[in-house]
Design a binder for this molecule. Structure first.
Ligand SMILES: C[S@@+](CC[C@H](N)C(=O)[O-])C[C@H]1O[C@@H](n2cnc3c(N)ncnc32)[C@H](O)[C@@H]1O
Length: 320
């Protein structure tokens, strides 16, 4: 396979995640008109990795009549926010600043995605949807592979479960980017509940990504039942279960990424004013388990710099 360089498209997935995306798209079961779904495309780096794998998939059919890859993103953010600075910097570095569109207080970056998408062969089979997760809906085809790189919070992840998980093929793969992430506490907790239920089977990690295999599809009724049980469960207990589980798991760069689970617990409690419990988790990380390395220290600085909360910025950026 002739791999395009990862930095051909500005973006946030790193090389290990790129490789995992390519490999899983190459081996996805595309039979029965199945499609691949992505949430969170940004300028399309991960989309290109998926496309690179799909072009090499034995089931790739250039003559198919419906889109093979659906990618959803709000494709805009608040014009003056932190994310907008990131968008502008990436666009300028790639010399495509003129493709950004500032209007009514928002910065639209769909033109940057389209610019890179058009460079890919058979891009007519790639459909991008400008939609928030609240509005995102599936076309009804079986889903062979999902890449989830938008929500860091349970509330948004629930929307993916509600509107997409019932279409997933049995034994299909779900790649959860930013699972090992200090801002993902409620997402980590929900995924752990699905692991405990025997629905998700963790297979591999790459940087912050957790790849799980769906043991069986969830019916809409099961999703609602899961939601009730999530609301009745204790996030702290699920985060502790995640630490226990992944401590014994063969992880990519465990010293850098396992502490993010502890830091997610620190963030979760601090944001809710449970400062004693936040300190207990920090104590466990630094003194009890002595896992605080340079990477974790940097992640802690990120939490402190944002006063342990990004929810309000996230909501403004993704309001569409
Ligand atoms: C981390 S970036 C994705 C990076 C991308 N996968 C890459 O390879 O570079 C997250 C993206 O998700 C989108 N996003 C986050 N929350 C969303 C939501 N609730 N609805 C729609 N898009 C969302 C953002 O606009 C952003 O482009």
């Amino acid at each position: 396979m002739n791999l395009p360089p990862i930095d051909a498209v500005p973006g946030m997935v790193e090389p290990a995640e790129w490789d995992l995306l390519v490999d899983s798209a190459m081996s996805a079961d595309l039979s029965g008109g199945a499609s691949v779904v992505e949430f969170g495309a940004y300028f399309g780096r991960s989309t290109r990795a998926l496309w690179t794998g799909l072009l090499d998939n034995d089931g790739f059919d250039p003559g198919r009549k419906t889109a093979l890859l659906h990618t959803f993103d709000v494709f805009s953010c608040v014009e003056s926010g932190y994310f907008a600075a990131h968008v502008r910097r990436d666009a300028q570095a790639a010399r495509i600043g003129h493709l950004l569109n500032a209007r009514d207080g928002r910065l639209d970056f769909s033109g940057a995605f389209d610019h890179f998408a058009r460079q890919m062969p058979h891009s007519n089979l790639l459909e991008r949807h400008i939609a928030s997760l609240t509005d995102a809906r599936h076309d009804g085809s079986p889903i062979a592979l999902m890449h989830v790189d938008a929500p860091k919070f349970y509330d948004e992840y629930l929307l993916v479960l509600r509107h997409f998980a019932p279409f997933a093929k049995p034994r299909s793969l779900i790649l959860l980017q930013d699972f090992f992430y200090q801002w993902s506490a409620t997402l980590i907790a929900a995924v752990m509940l699905l692991v405990r239920d025997g629905i998700f089977q963790p297979e591999e990690t790459a940087a912050s990504t957790l790849m799980v295999r769906l043991r069986r599809p969830l019916t809409p009724e099961e999703v609602e039942d899961f939601h009730r049980r999530y609301l009745a469960s204790d996030v702290d207990t699920l985060l502790a279960a995640a630490v226990d589980f992944f401590r014994g798991f063969d992880m990519d760069r465990k010293a850098d990424f396992l502490p993010r689970l502890h830091l997610a617990a620190v963030q979760y409690h601090h944001e809710r004013g449970h400062h004693v419990r936040a300190a207990e988790w920090l104590h466990r990380l630094c003194i009890g388990e002595q896992l605080m390395g340079i990477a974790a220290a940097r992640d802690l600085c990120d939490l402190v710099a944002c006063d342990f909360s990004i929810r309000r910025f996230y909501q403004l950026d993704t309001a569409g």
